[in-house]
Design a protein around this ligand. Structure first.
Ligand code: SF4
Length: 119
C-alpha cells in the first residue's frame, strides 16, 4: 500500500461529496474492490503464491475513481514492482483466489490492473 495505494490530497476542509460526479457503475465497482480486507486468503489459496487479487483490488479501488486517476500510472507501476520485489508468484488465472476470497473480490480486478499496467 505504501508503494502507491493512496491518493495525494490537500488536507483541510472536507469537500462536498457531490463535487465530483461519479458514474454509479464505477462507484459500485470501486466500492466492491475496496471491500478487500487484506486477509491474504487469496495468496494462501494460490498455487503460485500470487498476490494479484489483493494488489489488483487495491489498485482498482482508486483507479476507478476520478480522484485516483492523477496518480494511476505511477501507482500501478510501483505497486506491481513492490509485489515482485517481495517475491510473490505470477498469476496463471486458476481462479483459486476468487473462490477463496471472503469478500468476493472478482478476477475482473486483475484484468483491470493488467490494463492499467500496460497503458
Ligand atoms: S482473499 Fe479477498 S479480501 Fe482477502 S486479501 Fe485477498 S482479495 Fe483481499
Amino acid at each position: 500500500m505504501a508503494a502507491g495505494g493512496f491518493v495525494s490530497v490537500n488536507t483541510g476542509n472536507a469537500k462536498d461529496a457531490n463535487n465530483i460526479l461519479i458514474p454509479k457503475d464505477d462507484a459500485d465497482a470501486a466500492f466492491n474492490a475496496a471491500a478487500c480486507i487484506g486477509c491474504g486468503a487469496c495468496v494462501a489459496a494460490c498455487k503460485n503464491a500470487s498476490a494479484m487479487l489483493f494488489v489488483s483490488a487495491k489498485v482498482s479501488q482508486l483507479a476507478l475513481l476520478p480522484q485516483g486517476k492523477i496518480e494511476a500510472k505511477n501507482r500501478v507501476l510501483n505497486m506491481v514492482k513492490q509485489m515482485d520485489e517481495e517475491g510473490f508468484g505470477n498469476c496463471t488465472n486458476t481462479g483459486a483466489c476468487e473462490a477463496e476470497c471472503p469478500k468476493e473480490i472478482s478476477l475482473e480486478n486483475i484484468a483491470r490492473m493488467n490494463r492499467e499496467y500496460l497503458y
